[in-house]
Design a protein around this ligand. Structure first.
Ligand SMILES: Cc1cc2nc3c(=O)[nH]c(=O)nc-3n(C[C@H](O)[C@H](O)[C@H](O)COP(=O)(O)O)c2cc1C
Length: 385
């Protein structure tokens, strides 16, 4: 089965008077999720930092690059298989780490883990998950999973969380650098909405023996004390480049740094022996007024391409967007908000639909523009307008 076959599946169901339960249009999926969600959860997912100028910039950057289609290239059969840091995937597409998924659907990360396994795609579990590392691994079964760390401010807790992730079958560590404290997020502030201080999105530390060892009473008995330990553990303290060897010491698989936007930082990541980077501005959620993530991708590829694996996220909403990021040099892309909107609408079914729609769109766009594999894409595939 090809990804594009989702198209024929949908049209054939039309013969039985069935239309898709959810829209196939990524932007409209967000509108549908808005109607389903309360203002707190919707604002948390859709919102960005400050005036949300970075959220807009991310989208605008994709518009500036246009695909130049090629004809008669025998693009009938397409193969998207890609290997990233030893993980083979059926398409160069991963589930971005997204925290607190239970605010949009009670199954949260468990549903995402099941959908990812069904599709054969790699899920990156957020450190701010609403389910434990072990429970998500169980839902993911034989699926492929990576783990994203928000680097705790106590070494014992970091070591313990990394050991748990390794034991539960997460193969690559993604360390997110851009969210050592929360940005000024006006939608959340106006509603005084922060799930973590209610003990939502804290399942990983709250179930962690090293975290619990620092509490007089368990989080189940005394939520407030657990939250008060969580706050300085995960917010307020930035790290330094010279601390990276500590992670290497306690993680024997590949390490990827997420949140890179400057060529010098990309070079430093390589110099520090990091296996990969994610060129990302966290979907515009951290630095308002920041440069679009896609805008910096070509210069980072020019600076460190070949020295480290380069992944990309921030602003991908369509198959064409995936194609553009790959053409500009990303090995693979992370999908964020779109699958969360799918999750909000229908749990596992919604996640599957959102991802299958994106993958079908990508597959068809790749073929119709004259390419058979992601490796065929180069900057010459695009023109900047
Ligand atoms: C609701 C929400 C929660 C997120 N939580 C995390 C997280 O826990 N860890 C992380 O590294 N990134 C997190 N991100 C950022 C995503 O991994 C990704 O960088 C971002 O969604 C990409 O932007 P896009 O959704 O506009 O494509 C979150 C994003 C959203 C929308």
């Amino acid at each position: 089965m090809t990804f594009g076959s989702y198209q024929s599946e949908i049209y054939l169901q039309g013969l039985a008077e069935q239309t898709p339960v959810f829209t196939t249009d990524g932007a409209a999926l967000e509108d549908a999720a808005r109607e389903r969600l309360g203002p707190g959860p919707y604002g948390y997912v859709a919102g960005g930092a400050g005036a949300e100028s970075t959220v807009r910039a991310n989208r605008d950057a994709f518009e500036r690059w246009r695909i130049v289609p090629r004809m008669l290239t025998d693009a009938t059969k397409r193969d998207h298989t890609t290997t990233v840091l030893g993980t083979t995937m059926p398409a160069p597409v991963l589930f971005a780490p997204v925290g607190v998924q239970s605010i949009v659907h009670e199954d949260g990360e468990l549903a995402t883990a099941r959908a990812a396994a069904e599709l054969g795609l790699t899920m990156i579990l957020s450190n701010a998950s609403s389910h434990t590392i072990e429970d998500v691994a169980e839902s993911n079964g034989d699926g492929s999973r990576w783990f994203q760390l928000y680097w705790p401010n106590e070494n014992d807790v970091t070591i313990s969380i990394l050991a748990r992730a390794k034991a539960a079958g997460y193969t690559t560590l993604v360390v997110t650098l851009d969210t050592w404290t929360l940005a000024w997020r006006t939608r959340d502030l106006d509603q005084a909405y922060l799930p973590f201080i209610r003990g939502v999105g804290t399942a990983i530390p709250f179930s962690d023996p090293a975290f619990r060892a620092g509490l007089e009473k368990s989080p189940e008995e005394d939520l407030t004390s657990a939250v008060l330990r969580w706050i300085p553990m995960f917010t307020g303290t930035d790290k330094r480049w010279d601390q990276l060897p500590f992670l290497r010491e306690h993680w024997d698989g590949p390490i990827v740094l997420k949140g890179i936007q400057h060529t010098d930082d990309a070079r430093r990541a390589c110099d520090a022996g990091m296996d990969g980077i994610v060129v990302s501005n966290h979907g515009g959620r951290q630095v308002d007024g920041a440069i679009a993530s896609l805008e910096v991708l070509p210069e980072i590829v020019a600076a460190v391409g070949g020295r480290t694996e380069i992944l990309f996220d921030s602003g991908i909403r369509t198959g064409a967007d995936i194609l553009k990021a790959l053409a500009l040099g990303a090995r693979a892309v992370l999908i964020g908000r779109p699958y969360v909107y799918g999750l909000a609408l229908a749990g596992q079914d919604g996640v599957r639909h959102a991802m299958r729609s994106l993958l079908a769109d990508f597959d068809l766009t790749l073929g119709l523009s004259g390419h058979r594999t992601p490796a065929d894409l180069t900057p010459d595939t695009l023109r900047r307008t």
